[in-house]
Design a protein around this ligand. Structure first.
Ligand code: ZN
Length: 470
């Protein structure tokens, strides 16, 4: 008996130790999530535009006058991020995204390959190999440079058929955005095989069929993706891999009344709810891509619209990180677009300098026509009507602009009128392209391992990749 008791005891101790150990492991091994939010084209002055609008606009939508972006800057760890490429001062979205997705320096146009054109693995690929769920989502097209750099390897961002093929190989669990236009060819649009599928596409009449190869969609379906073309269809899909294509190319800044697609926030919520099923955690890229598109058009009204949508998504992500402790949210940009800024100026019929306030801008915002709509209207005019006479008439009648546009020559020159119009409101743009402005970056949530204040965008890869290691 004496010998048996210690044996029982030791077995009991062994069992209880094991149970305790298991419990301990479970609590220590919380899910690890990394959410990278890229405000495409949002250089520091564009991010500041959102923060100052929240604080200073008479009709600020924020009760506490603080955007979610600013709240994250307030509570997170901040840095300045540089984005030079292997050889150039200025970057495009492709090189920038490749650099933060893979950690390799590269050249403009490159997607998921280094400066020598050699394939490099992304943080998304690595996370997937380790058993994490993965996703990318954007409000421009899903094959565009920023999302593509996480799942594709092509020397040129325009090799879209190849990018689709790579998507079916890497297979992120979630791919949401626009871009049906680049998935289907003209022949596919007429092919009987797809007619049943196309019945679900509410925007089919706008799809031009710009894929060079036929049958990309067959490849996508064969690789196991379920397709969604509307917000409702997206909500109904709960398992398997999801590819959502909600627009021919990108989400318009002012969605039309018959728009059936989701918002950036809707997509983010859906992606997180699906990816959270994974017991290890997930990697998700959220791209507010249309910020870049409207900044290329130098349109501060549409830009504000896009920034507010981006910030709405940040509000949700901030709460998610607050309640899911092992989550790291990184918010930054890939580059600046437009060299945007407010300046002080002397208004017409005045001698006094005006240091600018949002009152006047808000009045413009509530004016009878948005400059975005006026420009879209101009684009659809027959070629022979596209001239300075029409432009002057449209600025006067549609926008109530009293300034002098006599400097316009008789060619199509809407952009010059546009720039002049904004200059008279104290808003300046230095280019329609990208600049090399250094970027803001904030690490929010589980950011204990970040100890650099000035980063290069390749550092983001290292930070995210290390996070999944532990
Ligand atoms: Zn751009």
């Amino acid at each position: 008996m004496r010998k048996i008791i210690p044996l029982f005891l030791s077995i009991f101790l062994l069992i209880s130790c094991t149970t305790n150990q298991t419990k301990k492991d479970n609590t220590n091994q919380q899910k690890k999530n990394v959410i990278l939010v890229i405000a495409d084209g949002a250089g520091p002055n564009i991010m500041n535009y959102l923060m100052e609008y929240a604080r200073l606009a008479p009709k600020s939508p924020y009760k506490d006058k603080k955007s979610n972006l600013e709240k994250m800057f307030d509570l997170g760890k901040n840095g300045i991020m540089l984005n030079y490429t292997d050889k150039t001062i200025v970057t495009d979205s492709a090189a920038a995204a490749t650099q933060f997705a893979t950690g390799a320096k590269t050249n403009p146009y490159a997607i998921g390959v280094d400066a020598n054109g050699k394939k490099v693995n992304s943080v998304l690929y690595n996370a997937k190999q380790k058993g994490y769920a993965t996703g990318v989502l954007t409000d421009v097209y899903v094959l565009d440079a920023t999302p593509a750099a996480f799942y594709a390897h092509r020397v040129n961002r325009k090799m879209r058929d190849g990018i689709i093929e790579d998507m079916t190989i890497t297979q992120p669990d979630i791919v949401l955005g626009g871009g049906l236009n680049y998935f289907v060819s003209k022949a596919d649009l007429k092919n009987a095989r797809y007619q049943e599928l196309f019945k679900n596409v509410p925007y089919l009449n706008q799809v031009k069929g710009q894929a060079k190869q036929d049958d990309n969609l067959t490849k996508v379906l064969d690789s196991g993706y379920n397709l969604a073309f509307t917000k409702q269809e997206m909500e109904n899909l709960n398992d398997g891999k999801i590819l959502g294509l909600f627009a021919p190319v990108f989400f318009p800044p002012y969605p039309p009344a018959d728009w059936q697609g989701p918002t950036l926030l809707d997509m983010t919520k859906k992606a997180i709810s699906v990816l959270s099923e994974n017991e290890k955690g997930f990697f998700l890229l959220v791209e507010a891509g249309a910020i870049d598109w409207v900044a290329h058009e130098n349109d501060p009204q549409a830009l504000l619209q896009e920034l507010l949508e981006f910030d709405e998504t940040l509000g949700y992500l901030k709460k998610f990180a607050d309640t899911n402790k092992d989550t790291l949210v990184i918010v930054t940009a890939d580059h600046d677009t437009g060299g945007f800024g407010f300046n002080y100026y002397t208004p017409r019929n005045s001698k006094k300098e005006d240091y600018n306030a949002f009152e006047k801008f808000t009045a413009l915002q509530n004016g009878k026509n948005l400059i975005y709509d006026v420009y879209q209207k101009y684009k659809t005019l027959p070629e022979e009507q596209k001239n300075s006479v029409t432009i002057k008439k449209m600025f006067k009648e549609d926008l109530g602009f009293e300034g002098n546009l006599d400097f316009l020559n008789d060619e199509e020159d809407f952009y010059s009128a546009f720039l002049h119009y904004w200059k008279e409101q104290g808003i300046v743009w230095s280019t329609q392209k990208h600049t090399n402005a250094p970027l803001f970056v904030v690490f929010y949530g589980n950011n204990t391992n970040i100890n650099k204040n000035i980063l290069h965008n390749t550092d983001l890869f290292k930070i995210m990749n290390n996070y999944f290691k532990k």
